[in-house]
Design a protein around this ligand. Structure first.
Ligand SMILES: Nc1nc2c(c(=O)[nH]1)N[C@H]1C(S)=C(S)[C@@H](COP(=O)(O)O)O[C@H]1N2
Ligand SMILES: [Mo]
Length: 235
């Protein structure tokens, strides 16, 4: 098993959180995936053919790795064990031969079942620690952490690690992308080591702006989850 970023000290501005909360942008707190079992997603964009991929987890080698999970609002939950397939393997063995993205479609748009979306440069996704994960700490991913499958980009802030992944778009430019909230919150890369929290404002400033929001946001996401699970149980 690989340890990808589990060093003893935390990246700039981060503080350890003993808990691993269900978290995100509040407009998504009450949205849940309709499909939680089938590990199916679409590949689209500036490609030769749009494809639906349903066999990635049976065709590609399973990898398990442990690393720290860093939210842009400054909480870090340490030593999370993810298992799934490498994005690089998916790209090389399934997407390149089947969808055949144009050589310059390197702006990758990741969309989720709850309407959330984000982007990453293809080069960042090809890092060998980037996974499509379907297991967390040895168990199938629960609805709170991204069932049925999510991206895990450990060197990037959590907002790049899309839960409930629905589609991967390979685009020649960002014309198809609208950030889920405000543009300043959305750095095109979002690397933790460089403190790329957002654009236009320095990382250290955003730390202070975001930190007070953590408790409220986590509580809201938990409340909506409890309500969702109660509703599911009663139907
Ligand atoms: N589909 C979806 N993915 C998402 C989000 C979301 O609201 N919806 N929030 C992002 C943010 S800001 C963070 S910090 C992580 C939180 O992951 P967790 O809920 O497993 O802790 O998911 C990211 N991916
Ligand atoms: Mo986050």
């Amino acid at each position: 098993m690989d340890a990808v970023n589990a060093s003893s000290c935390l990246p700039p501005g981060q503080r350890e959180s003993a808990t691993f909360p269900r978290f995100g942008l509040t407009p998504f707190a009450a949205r849940f995936p309709h499909e939680t079992a089938a590990k199916v997603f679409d590949v689209e964009g500036d490609v030769h053919a749009n494809i639906r991929v349903a066999d990635a987890f049976t065709r590609l080698p399973r990898v398990t790795q442990t690393g720290d999970f860093h939210c842009v609002t400054t909480w870090t939950h340490r030593a999370v064990e993810w298992s799934g397939i490498r994005f690089a393997d998916l790209h090389r063995d399934i997407i390149l031969p089947q969808a055949q993205p144009a050589a310059d479609s390197t702006f990758v748009l990741l969309k989720a079942q709850d309407g959330y979306r984000t982007s990453l440069p293809l080069a960042d996704l090809l890092n060998e620690d980037v996974l499509l994960a379907d297991q967390l700490n040895g168990k199938p991913l629960g609805i709170e952490h991204g069932a049925p499958l999510r991206l895990i980009a450990p060197a990037h802030y959590g907002y790049k690690s899309v839960k409930h992944l629905k589609s991967i778009g390979y685009w020649q430019n960002e014309r198809m992308y609208r950030p889920p909230l405000l543009k300043f919150m959305d750095h095109p890369r979002g690397r933790v080591a460089m403190e790329e929290r957002g654009r236009w404002f320095p990382g250290w400033l955003l730390r202070h702006a975001y930190r007070p929001l953590i408790g409220r946001t986590a509580a809201r996401f938990q409340r909506e989850l409890d309500q969702h699970l109660r509703k599911e149980a009663s139907t």
